[in-house]
Write a protein of this length. Structure first.
Length: 366
């Protein structure tokens, strides 16, 4: 079965991401007043998001670490005002640390975020309904990403509990909170995105536990949600749909649903090609991963092996270029791409009776 790593950590609930403004230059340890620093932090959100989308996760993590330091200091005299900002920052820090395979660090940051959200909810008064909704959604986001971090550490029971609680919170809000339902009707895109991401992450957690059928069902649900969202807002969600299709291809292959896996991986490659024209390093990385998945699924099923080899070699070329610019961020993908080429060549050799260079009968498995 394919060995590709699914796309993890769909970005939900991102906010308060800024450059490190925590240098102690002023006599009181600040470059400005608390309100000035908080305002500057929020104004830098778009820059930090661009760093992450460009694949500059090292820079993004450094940014978030500095912001967490600022908000911890600001929250001491004014916890009610700045602890929600700190919780958001910790969630982002955990998510991006996870993408850099800093599993312990990611789990620690996300654990801090979930505990902070629970404390905030315990203190929030019942009349502050909108504030409580924001806290519940923030907790759901943190729990969903904590589930992935725990899963990567092999803590499968804790991972499943966190990921499932995330979805329970979102379902409970929709079922029992009239204000939440009204907000969801007014902004269906944002609210469905949150639930779709949580479903995706639960599917990945269950897949890691070997629950293949359930993981595939969740991957189908995630893909259907992002297809609806991409129809409403293609600029925002076509990339998420492409990633969901990537994950569906891998999940379906693991569940033995070969035709679904083949179709999903093909559509994922197609969508990633339309997105890579932006020349974003993140999109090129996603295309390389999609090509590797496309090739591995076909190698495992013995189908379309000529196309599979071309895709695998294209993935190598993409990752070689990315690794030349940012070796720390992309070397693992390059090694995986080399492995994909070897796997496809081995499949071709078996199909052609032992000669890896023979092109005979490569397309007979269509």
């Amino acid at each position: 079965m394919p060995e590709d790593v699914p796309v993890r950590g769909f970005s939900i609930g991102m906010a308060a991401l800024v450059e490190d403004l925590g240098a102690d230059h002023a006599p009181k340890g600040w470059a400005g007043s608390p309100s000035d620093l908080a305002r500057a932090a929020r104004m830098k959100q778009s820059l930090a998001v661009r760093q992450a989308r460009a694949g500059q996760l090292e820079e993004a993590c450094q940014t978030v670490e500095g912001v967490a330091l600022i908000y911890r200091r600001l929250a001491r005299p004014e916890p009610a005002r700045y602890q929600p900002e700190l919780a958001l920052t910790l969630t982002a820090w955990g998510l991006w640390s996870s993408r850099l395979s800093r599993r312990e660090h990611a789990a620690a940051a996300l654990t801090d975020a979930t505990e902070l959200y629970r404390e905030l909810l315990a203190r929030a008064g019942r009349p502050r309904m909108m504030y409580r909704i924001r806290l519940h959604v923030g907790l759901a986001v943190a729990l969903s990403n904590l589930g992935l971090a725990r899963s990567e550490l092999g803590e499968h029971e804790a991972a499943t509990a966190a990921a499932e609680e995330s979805i329970v919170i979102l379902h409970r809000l929709r079922a029992h909170n009239p204000l939440y339902r009204m907000l969801a009707r007014g902004n269906p895109v944002g609210f469905e995105h949150c639930l779709a991401a949580a479903l995706n992450n639960l599917g990945l957690v269950l897949a890691a536990r070997g629950h293949r059928e359930r993981a595939c069902e969740l991957a189908v649900q995630t893909t259907e949600s992002y297809r609806r969202l991409a129809g409403l807002a293609p600029v925002l969600f076509e990339s998420e749909l492409a990633r969901a299709l990537h994950n569906l291809g891998l999940a379906a292959a693991e569940a033995g649903q070969v035709d679904t896996a083949l179709a999903a991986s093909q559509e994922s490659v197609y969508l990633h090609r339309t997105l890579v024209s932006t020349d974003s390093a993140g999109h090129r990385q996603d295309l390389g991963r999609a090509l590797s998945a496309f090739a591995r699924i076909r190698a495992a099923s013995g189908r379309d092996l000529g196309e599979a080899l071309a895709a695998a070699e294209e993935a190598v070329t993409l990752h070689e270029k990315l690794t030349a610019d940012q070796p720390q961020a992309f070397t693992a993908d390059l090694h995986a791409a080399y492995g994909t080429v070897s796997q496809v060549r081995a499949a071709r050799s078996r199909r052609s009776g032992g000669s890896a260079d023979s092109d005979a009968d490569l397309d007979t498995g269509r």
